[in-house]
Design a protein around this ligand. Structure first.
Ligand SMILES: *Cc1c(COP(=O)(O)O)cnc(C)c1O
Length: 337
C-alpha cells in the first residue's frame, strides 16, 4: 500500500520500537516517569522555552493551551482553516466557553494584520474579551513568512493578547527554511508540536511555554483525561524521532516536489501548489470516481476529491513516488485508448 492521505499514517521503525522497549518508565501523573521528563526537557530546550508537557494528541495539546490562556467568555483569533478552529470539534467553545473569532486567510496562509487589528475588541461588556492570537505553521503545507509572524505577534502583544502557535508541522517549517526550531518558536508564548505526523511516532505532542502557563495546562490535561501513567514508552518513541527523524523531513519535501513536477506533466490534473511535504491538486469532476477506483486497484490510497491533497512522508521512498506517477500516467493512457 502507498498511502498519501496523511503523514499520520507513518509506522514506528524497528529502531523506534527498540527505544520504546528499552525506556525506563514510572507513573507520569505522579511525575515519576524519567523518559517523559527527559523528553519534555529536550523538546523545551530545542524550542527555547522554559518547559514542555507531553500530550497524547495535538488536539489535546492545542486545547489545553487554549484553556490555559483563556477563561470562559474570552475569545481567541484564529484562521477559518486553522486546525484549532475547524478540525478540533470546537473543543475550546465546547469545554472552555472560549469563543473563536475566525478570520479569512490570505493566499499565503497568513491572517492579514488589518483583519487581526479589526477583530480585536475594545474593553466593552458587549464583547467577548479578546485574549489570544493563535497561528499555525506550517499551514496547508506552507511556511509562514518570518517577518509576518513577527509583525502579527508584535501586534497581538501591543493589544495585550497572548500568542499560541499550532506547530503540528513546525519541524517541517524549520527544515524547509533551514531555521532553528527556537527561532520559529521565539515570537510565541506557547507552541504545540506533533511527533505523530512526519516525524513518525505512534502518538505524542508537546506543549512548550513558560512554567506558569504549562502548570495551568497540566491541570487541564488531567481534566481532559490526558494524564497518562507509564507514558515513557510513548516519550521514548517521540524522543527517538526528535533525535533521528527531523533532518529526514527534507527527503519528504524533495519527494513532494518530484511528485508535483511529475503530475504537472500529466493531462487534466492541475497542481495548485506544493509546499514542504504537501501537494494540492484540482481533479476535474469527470475523473474523480474512475481515478479513485483505478488508484484503489493499484493499492494507492489517495482521497480523490475536486481539491485533492497528497501528503508525502517517511514511509514513502523514491520508488513509491515513481509508482504513483506511473499509475497516474497509465490511467490517462488507458482513458485515451
Ligand atoms: C494533526 C494536526 C493537529 C493535531 O491533531 P491530532 O490528530 O489530534 O494529533 C493539530 N494541528 C494541525 C495543523 C495538525 O495537522
Amino acid at each position: 500500500m502507498i498511502d498519501l492521505r496523511s503523514d499520520t499514517v507513518t509506522r514506528p521503525t524497528p529502531a523506534m520500537r527498540d527505544a520504546m522497549h528499552a525506556a525506563p518508565v514510572g507513573d507520569d501523573v505522579w511525575g515519576d516517569d524519567p523518559s517523559v521528563k527527559r523528553f519534555e526537557a529536550a523538546v523545551a530546550k530545542r524550542a527555547g522555552k522554559d518547559t514542555g508537557l507531553l500530550f497524547p494528541s495535538g488536539t489535546q495539546s492545542n486545547l489545553a493551551g487554549l484553556l490555559a490562556h483563556c477563561q470562559r467568555g474570552d475569545e481567541y483569533i484564529a484562521g477559518q482553516q486553522a486546525h484549532t478552529y475547524k478540525y478540533e470539534g470546537g473543543g475550546a467553545a465546547v469545554l472552555g466557553g472560549i469563543q473563536p473569532q475566525p478570520l479569512e486567510h490570505a493566499a499565503d496562509g497568513s491572517l492579514p494584520l488589518e483583519r487581526i487589528r479589526a477583530a480585536i475588541k475594545p474593553d466593552d461588556f458587549h464583547f467577548a474579551r479578546t485574549r489570544l492570537l493563535a497561528l499555525e505553521n506550517t499551514i496547508g503545507g506552507k511556511v509562514l513568512d518570518a517577518d509576518y509572524v513577527k509583525a502579527a505577534t508584535d501586534l497581538a502583544r501591543e493589544h495585550g493578547l497572548a500568542t499560541h502557535l499550532d506547530g503540528a508541522r513546525l519541524f517541517n517549517a524549520a527544515v524547509a527554511t533551514d531555521t532553528s526550531l527556537s527561532a520559529l518558536c521565539a515570537p510565541f508564548d506557547s507552541i504545540s508540536l506533533c511527533f505523530s505526523k512526519g516525524l513518525g511516532a505512534p502518538m505524542g505532542s508537546v506543549l512548550v511555554g513558560p512554567r506558569a502557563l504549562i502548570d495551568e495546562a497540566r491541570r487541564w490535561r488531567k481534566v481532559l483525561g490526558g494524564g497518562l501513567r507509564q507514558s515513557g514508552i510513548i516519550a521514548a518513541a517521540c524522543h527517538h524521532a526528535l533525535d533521528h527523524h527531523v533532518a529526514e523531513l527534507a527527503e519528504d519535501h524533495r519527494r513532494a516536489a518530484r511528485l508535483a513536477q511529475g503530475i504537472t506533466a500529466l493531462p487534466d490534473l492541475k497542481v495548485e501548489r506544493q509546499a514542504t511535504n504537501m501537494v494540492f491538486l484540482t481533479v476535474p469532476e469527470s475523473h474523480i470516481v474512475p481515478l479513485r477506483a483505478w488508484l484503489a486497484e493499484q493499492e494507492i490510497l489517495i482521497e480523490v476529491l475536486y481539491a485533492t491533497r497528497l501528503v508525502v512522508h517517511r514511509d514513502l521512498d523514491d520508488d513509491a513516488i515513481e509508482r504513483v506517477l506511473g499509475a497516474l500516467d497509465e490511467y490517462f493512457t488507458r482513458r485515451a485508448a
